[in-house]
Write a protein that binds this ligand. Structure first.
Ligand code: ZN
Length: 413
């Protein structure tokens, strides 16, 4: 699948020190240091193309873009892979509801997502892989799981035995009751007759009448969602057998912790014998005007709608960065206005030849980002710098600060 255009990122002077980045790991429930390496492997779950790109999506991809930018600024290579679930039940249900062809719906939404990511200045993944194009990888992964005796069938559908992974549950920390409830809410089928365990997850769905299917050694059908990500991540991130973990970061919104990330990690563990991700990093949910933002409430706010009303994508990006990525947070007009005021002031002072000192500020910004992407502190520091500049402080380098904000925050001013 075609990704979106590369984003130019300025380089940062080598006089600045980049500490190792710390991130909240949902699996250990602690903030942990990501050890310094030359090459990182990051997999971030992509969208199912039927409601793109709402602000929750934007917040997630911008957060992982900050991690990508930070690691690159440390002079590390970042192998970054993202999928797109271009076949799944929610896509077919939406196409049927709206009376449109599912492929046309998917293609139009994928195009919209690409243009939104470009507008938001998000660095593209090296590999952007669709579920349909990944079917050969998925069937291969299912075979590996069959070899590990982790697969059984109900009619022609294939299921993964979750308890083949002795660490099942260790990344999501939920009670069995909560697992069952959330599994049912998020596309699982705990009550299906014939299942060995209610949480066993579908890896291959045999073709149903009036639904698409693809030929495979497992019969005509389509892949399950969790195995799609497991197969794509392990192929395109090329794990290094000398490392303890297959990949460094598994990322996505916090609604993916269970079942999605638990299942993908379990399938990776059972098929390879190794631990999947060193860190499971999750972004908070974005609400709207005090309410949860969701498709069922019909209050999703879309990036393209905001842009079409004349809002600059950089203002949207700034507004989403003003609060820390891991928090559940609210979107409202006031936030957007504050971001606009802030960006106007920042642009004004960066365009002047004299400004308050910037060297210590830049180092402090780097340190705040290294501390679990503390963007709130970054804005606090920048607001102080604006105030100092307003009262006449001099000695800074506005060009260098501008390049740093572009490189690390993706704020092109
Ligand atoms: Zn995924």
């Amino acid at each position: 699948m075609k990704s979106w255009p590369e984003v130019y990122t300025p380089s940062i002077d080598s006089k600045y020190h980049f500490p190792e980045i710390s991130l909240f790991n949902s699996a250990s429930r602690k903030i942990e240091v990501l050890p310094r390496k030359n090459r990182y492997r990051m997999y971030v779950c992509g969208i199912t193309p039927y409601d793109s790109t709402h602000l929750g999506h934007a917040a997630t991809y911008i957060a992982f873009d900050l991690i990508n930018r930070y690691l690159r600024a440390m002079n590390a290579e970042v192998a970054y892979v993202q999928n797109i679930t271009d076949i799944d039940d929610p896509l077919l249900e939406r196409a049927q509801r709206d009376g449109v062809d599912w492929q046309e719906l998917a293609n139009s939404q994928i195009d919209l997502f690409r243009s939104d990511m470009t507008a938001l200045h998000v660095i593209p993944p090296k590999y952007y892989i669709g579920a349909v194009e990944a079917i050969p990888l998925v069937t291969e992964k299912i075979q590996e799981l069959q070899d590990a005796e982790a697969i059984y069938s109900i009619n022609q559908d294939l299921y993964f035995r979750i308890h083949k992974d002795p660490e099942f549950g260790s990344r999501s920390h939920l009670s069995e009751d909560d697992c069952l409830k959330i599994f049912a809410e998020r596309g699982g089928d705990p009550g299906r007759i014939g299942k060995e365990h209610p949480l066993d997850s579908l890896v291959w769905l045999a073709q149903r009448p009036n639904e698409p299917g693809w030929p495979s050694i497992h019969g005509q059908g389509r892949p399950g969602w969790h195995i799609e990500c497991c197969a794509i991540a392990l192929k395109y991130l090329e794990p290094d057998s000398s490392e303890d973990f297959l990949i460094d970061i598994q990322g996505g919104g916090s609604d993916l912790i269970f079942p999605h990330h638990e299942m993908s990690a379990a399938q990776a563990r059972v098929s390879t014998g190794k631990k999947f991700a060193r860190m499971y990093v999750h972004t908070g949910m974005i609400g709207l005007n005090g309410e949860k933002m969701s498709k069922s409430l019909g209050n999703l706010q879309f990036v393209s709608s905001l842009i079409n009303t004349g809002v600059s994508p950089m203002i949207i990006r700034c507004a989403l960065l003003m609060q820390r990525y891991s928090k559940d947070r609210m979107w409202n007009d006031e936030l957007l206005e504050n971001a606009q005021i802030f960006m106007d002031k920042l642009a004004l002072h960066l365009s002047q030849t004299e400004c308050a000192p910037t060297q210590e500020l830049i180092q402090n910004i780097i340190e705040a980002l290294s501390s679990n992407l503390d963007t709130e502190s970054v804005f606090f520091l920048l607001n102080n710098w604006i105030k100092e500049t307003e009262v006449g402080a001099v000695g800074g380098n506005p060009g260098e600060l501008s390049r740093t904000l572009d490189a690390l925050l993706g704020l092109a001013i």
